[in-house]
Design a protein around this ligand. Structure first.
Ligand code: NAP
Length: 269
């Protein structure tokens, strides 16, 4: 049975046997790109459970986004869905301005929005290369630029970029996706070096095979073959990735920057 999300850190005092709960992101304002489904939605829920106010984006899935907004708000935090194309520099700037106005500040940025347009290089069109680079990689530049001033002013901020094991290892049929995800790792390490002196941290997560709508499109036999080849013998869940994000977003990782954490059931071991 997979571990289902870190809800709280639990403290037990020995003298009076009282339980204390500490929510790891209490009062922090977070932006998550692409949270209308899949991993992003998992992150939004785990973050709200940990006391974060969640501003999140979607590209076209308005109904699920509004549904999620309601679900998060019911957990007692502030939550708002924004339609915003992460690939657009202008829309990223507008989004951050709106979030600052609505939430009063930003502490954490999770660059999660992403797409695939898989094909063998021989058959891959220019549009399929460009759109994957723009949505997966340029979006990270857009959003990081947009929050940079706020983070610099407050001398604090945590950025988490959703890369992939494919960006670490490469994958046949995914030259566009692998290039975008490898690019995110170089971007992450450079931002960590550039902004570390201002207490701005930047880390990346490299999920392996996480079972979401993105992977639902794949052939079940192929998918089972992948599960069998993973040391932990299962695909990951959005919660598995959300828990790693929670660590990077919270002060638990205050001395961690420029790192890539594989969340892959041991796939790359
Ligand atoms: P998903 O289920 O397809 O969800 C993608 C999310 O990104 C959706 O909320 C989508 O919004 C949003 N999005 C797409 N294009 C956008 C754009 N231009 N601007 C703003 N938002 C946009 O994907 P997922 O499996 O959760 O993956 C999330 C991230 O993890 C991606 O970066 C992916 O590359 C990475 N990842 C996934 C896996 C995996 O096995 N699933 C493995 C490694 C890495 P709409 O619903 O409105 O389209």
């Amino acid at each position: 049975m997979p571990f289902k999300g870190v809800k709280h850190i639990l403290y037990l005092t020995c003298n009076n046997a009282k339980f204390y709960y500490m929510k790891l992101l209490e009062g922090k304002n977070v932006i998550i790109t692409g949270a209308s489904r899949g991993i992003g939605m998992g992150i939004a829920k785990v973050f709200a459970d940990n006391g974060a106010n969640v501003a999140f984006t979607y590209s076209s899935s308005e109904a699920p986004a509004l549904e999620l907004e309601k679900e998060l708000t019911a957990k007692g935090v502030k939550a708002k869905a924004y339609k915003s194309n992460a690939a657009s520099f202008t829309q990223a700037e507008e989004l951050v301005a709106n979030v600052l106005e609505d939430f009063g500040g930003i502490d954490v940025l999770i660059n999660n929005a992403g797409i695939t347009k898989d094909n063998l290089l021989m058959r891959m069109g220019e549009d399929d290369f460009d759109s994957v680079i723009e949505i997966n990689l340029k979006s990270v530049f857009n959003m990081t630029k947009a929050v940079q001033r706020t983070f610099l002013k407050q001398r604090k901020g945590s950025i988490v970029n959703m890369s992939s094991v494919v960006g670490v290892k490469g994958n046949a049929g995914q030259t566009n996706y692998a290039a975008s995800k490898a690019g995110m790792i170089g971007f992450t390490k450079s931002v960590a070096l550039e902004l570390g002196s201002r207490n701005i941290r930047c880390n990346a997560i490299a999920p392996g095979f996480i079972e979401t709508e993105m992977t639902d499109k794949l052939d079940e036999k192929v998918v089972q073959g992948w599960r069998d080849g993973i040391p932990l013998k299962r695909g990951g869940s959005p919660d598995d990735v959300a828990n790693a994000c929670l660590f990077f977003a919270s002060d638990m990782s205050a001395y961690v920057t420029g790192q890539v954490l594989n969340v892959d059931g041991g796939m790359l071991t």
